[in-house]
Design a protein around this ligand. Sequence first.
Ligand SMILES: Cc1cc2nc3c(=O)[nH]c(=O)nc-3n(C[C@H](O)[C@H](O)[C@H](O)COP(=O)(O)OP(=O)(O)OC[C@H]3O[C@@H](n4cnc5c(N)ncnc54)[C@H](O)[C@@H]3O)c2cc1C
Length: 327
Amino acid sequence: MNAGTIPYDAAIVGAGPAGVSCAVWLARLGLQPVLLESGDAVGGLCRSHPFADEWNASLPGATGPEVAANLARSLTQAGVDTRLSSRVERVDAMALAADTLASGFALRVAGLPDPLYARHLVLATGVRARALAQAENTALRTRQAGHCPGGIPAGTASVPQTDGILTGPGSHIVAQDFRNKKIAVLGGGDNAFENALYALEHGARTVRLFARTVRAQRQFVHQFPLDAVTVGDYVVDAQARTVNGQPYDLIMVFYGWEPCTRFAATLNLRRSARGFIATDQATAQTSFPGVYAIGEVAQRQHPCVVTALADGVTAAKAIQARVEAGR
Ligand SMILES: Cc1cc2nc3c(=O)[nH]c(=O)nc-3n(C[C@H](O)[C@H](O)[C@H](O)COP(=O)(O)OP(=O)(O)OC[C@H]3O[C@@H](n4cnc5c(N)ncnc54)[C@H](O)[C@@H]3O)c2cc1C
């Protein structure tokens, strides 16, 4: 392989709003992108929130799945080479020649016998909900490992749900029957309070919220009964499904998010203080030349569809400038 034979200007990993936006813009700018998505459809997290997207002033009333369908339409219109069910398992940087122009990346994609080569790499793999086993320091850690050996597989945006334990927000919460259940909610952020309220409104018998500290916005905290909140340390036994020794029918875990980046471990990318991929504000470039990180994986701005779309444009323009400058 030499620089002239690398087929793609950029490989974008992840077809959520950030990755789609970047791929569409690259195609419009006359470059050759390939978009790789581990799931069987385009849209990322938008596919798993069935509610109206109220953060996007340009699409009043549209739901997450409708936003996802629009993203898929944009890809088709732009003629982007989109590969679904294509989980990227590993990325290696290649130094092809003495000149810096001749850099590139080899991507190992599940199911493909040979690597896929691209001149630039864009990480748009989003986040997954942080699971109980990674955040607790009780016996739980070893017990839960049995459910998900080695943790969550690379490229799995959502956490596998286990019996009686629901992790993170999304469609699995909507699908849950809360009626007459005794529920413990773990976490002190917006998601914990919003989903605790949701369970109460959907027939739960009791909901107790456990928070080491409360960080949620007041609008959510004030709606939830104060006497049903325990603030401070607590002990969870996932197998027995108890919190502080009390049994629950269901434990709901809202411990924040972590970036899906295991496949890019060889690049040793610099992280932000909160563990996301660190990027340059103006270009979305990471600490590795030719590698960009956009959307939630980098948490560059307030995480939502609109900022993810904007991030995609930022990276596409930066890649175009790099190609034109011949670097
Ligand atoms: C319950 C819920 C409700 C929300 N409501 C709204 C809302 O109303 N409005 C709003 O603007 N935002 C909302 N958001 C947030 C919004 O969905 C996200 O900010 C946005 O989807 C982030 O886009 P992204 O492209 O960075 O990542 P994602 O949408 O997470 O996309 C990442 C993609 O990368 C893929 N991937 C991961 N690893 C690999 C790999 N190794 N190989 C190949 N593919 C991989 C994943 O399968 C996924 O498709 C909500 C989120 C949730 C969870």
